[in-house]
Write a protein that binds this ligand. Sequence first.
Ligand code: ATP
Ligand code: MG
Length: 616
Amino acid sequence: MNPANKGARVEGASHWPAISKDVAAFPVQPNMPDYDAARRGFTWDQARQALAGLPGGRGLNIAYEAVDRHVAEGRGGKEALRFVQADGGTRSLSYADLAEQSGRFAAMLKGLGVGRGERVFSLLGRSPELYAAVLGTFRNGSVFCPLFSAFGPEPVRQRLHLGDGRVLVTTKALYRKKVAPVRDSLPGLRHILLVDADGRPEPETLDLAELLAKADPNGEIADTQPGDMALLHFTSGTTGTPKGAIHVHDAVTAHYATGRFALDLHPDDIYWCTADPGWVTGMSYGIIAPLVHGVTAIVDEEELDADRWYRILAEQHVTVWYTAPTALRMLMKAGAERAAGHDLPALRFIASVGEPLNPEAVVWGRDVLGLPVHDNWWQTETGGIMIANYPAMDIRPGSMGRPLPGIEAALVARDADGKPIMKEGQAVLVTGPDTMGELALRPGWPSMFRGYLNEEERYRRCFAGGWYLTGDLAKRDADGYFWFVGRGDDVIKSSGHLIGPFEVESCLMEHPAVAEAGVIGVPDPVAGELVKAFVELKPGNEPTEQLQLEIIGFARKRLGAAVAPRLLDFTTTLPKTRSGKILRRLLKSRELGLPEGDTSTLESPAGPAMTLKERP
Ligand code: ATP
Ligand code: MG
């Protein structure tokens, strides 16, 4: 256990004791030793000073910040990316390798006539070609849009069509299975580049390796400006049809600053972000932030497997680990004994994002891995971390933490219909502690999305009364820690109470038999809605009626009868997005026999791809 986290505990705002920090015992001094001082002294302009900018003051380009500047400053030989293959073996790319490969990719795009602002899509696993394609696209001034390789043909078609994809980089197998069937309906898709064509591309596709071999390794870097579009990211589709969020090169300023404060990246770190670059986390924090900081980033080419993950943490000497609640809950479900035998002396910081992080998981981290898990909150739209728990700040388990330096967050009051309340053009803010409101951010941070592609009106509706409205509900305690309540659409109204599913799910997870839970409201003529829980059990527990009653009783004791679930079903697989979020809207529509809506990001119905392999 890291001695820095053993310190005295003080009472937090939840019934979980706060976890205090002893900075003097940290193996490395944190980048932000004093949160309040850092906030006071921070400006985004100052943060920009840490970046190089294009030589000759020509502008700002993410690829230059991530790769070329390290080469220019003599760090080209440093290991940038370390890929862990299926057999546990590794292959690495240095910063100089990345400069060369992305240079070739940019020159190749130019040769194909792909210009500034045109969209380059990927449908790839986490292979080296993906990383060169991302950086090469930025370099060429084109726009990158990553797709998750597990998408089926329809989600692929839908996104390529919406995003006006000009180029697609993929593999032979993925092309045959997912692109060929829909190719005819994508007239704008001019070039399909296969990474593994081996000299024999499919009809109407190109051999990427061959093109790259012929391309200039010093492909020019476009003089993009901070406000030029760089990335298109589709949201997770948790609440409905995924939206295409537009991001610009200036986002790199936020990736740098948040990598520094919220992930505490130091140049010698071995950093592992487990998210797939098909999602915004895997791009912002799996590629851009670590490379801009010049660290060595681990990329696991395989899917989640408890033993494998513990092995990677140990064998690769990972120092900073960024993961997700769904993955942590799977590790918890696999049992603490799986972690035993894997010493993790190098690990000094763990963070998580994507869904509410149950306090149970924060404390599990401390007890099993030797470090508490630091929750942080953000969205595809925000482009970077907005609220976080920092290394040198006490953790209140269950809280998302406090806003990053440079980020102003507030809670906007909502009326009975859930609409934000405005007065004389200004949003009415919730001021008292522990009162719920819609989480809002003051616009103007560099990684803020600049639009939903082709949905101008929807974009405009996100802003009101001087704030960007996130659609999430939260509370803030007297010390400025934010507490997630639920997505606006997920909050349950029962007998006059507003109930956030997160609180109920977290309580259920404290029951020793419960691995994971999803909570929804179902209509009831008397109460308006009743709280219903869907519960996945830990291995070795039988779904009996007695256990059902016991869990309901357990929740009642902790939450009170008004908030505890009245109904409880056992399930073996909660529906989740491919990025691992519980799809409560699907639990609800299935429960009520309603149409399922957009399921393009639903994990395969046969069960999650991120299954834990059982021990033989
Ligand atoms: P869609 O917008 O398509 O419905 P999505 O909102 O799940 O999908 P993302 O942008 O990937 O798409 O996810 C952002 C959302 O995830 C946040 O608005 C919030 O609801 C949830 N989230 C992320 N991090 C946290 C966290 N630490 N605690 C609670 N919720 C979180
Ligand atoms: Mg969203």
